[in-house]
Design a protein around this ligand. Structure first.
Ligand SMILES: C[C@H](O)[C@H](O)[C@H]1CNC2=NC(N)=NC(=O)C2=N1
Length: 97
C-alpha cells in the first residue's frame, strides 16, 4: 500500500472532521461519558483492527481516547488508515454519517 500525498490526505480529511494530519499520521481525540464507555469502544475498535490487520497508536486517560493512525510499512498515511478511521468513526459516533 503506497503512501498518500499530503494533498490527497487533506482532501480525504474533509470527510473526517474529527481527524487532523501532522507528523506523518492522522490523529483524533474522543471523549466519552466515563472510563467504561471509553474502554468498551476500545474493545470494539480492537476487533476491527484485527479484522483489518491494521493497528492504531493509541492512549487512554480515564474517558479520553487519543488515536494516531499511520502505516508503518509505508512510513506514512495510506488508504488502510482511512479504512480504519472510518471503522472507528462508526463505533465511536454511530449516529453520524
Ligand atoms: C505483519 C503485519 O501484517 C504488519 O505488521 C501489519 C500489522 N499492523 C499494522 N498496523 C499499522 N498501523 N501499520 C502497519 O504497517 C501494520 N502492519
Amino acid at each position: 500500500m503506497s503512501k498518500l500525498s499530503e494533498q490527497d490526505i487533506e482532501a480525504k480529511l474533509l470527510h473526517f472532521p474529527d481527524w487532523e494530519y501532522y507528523d506523518n499520521a492522522i490523529h483524533a481525540e474522543f471523549e466519552f461519558e466515563n472510563f467504561k464507555d471509553c474502554f468498551s469502544a476500545m474493545s470494539r475498535i480492537a476487533f476491527e483492527c484485527e479484522a483489518l490487520n491494521h493497528h492504531p497508536d493509541w492512549s487512554n486517560v480515564y474517558n479520553i481516547l487519543t488515536i494516531s493512525l499511520s502505516t508503518h510499512d509505508a512510513n506514512g498515511v495510506t488508504n488502510k488508515d482511512f479504512k480504519l478511521a472510518e471503522a472507528i468513526e462508526t463505533i465511536v459516533e454511530p449516529d453520524e454519517e
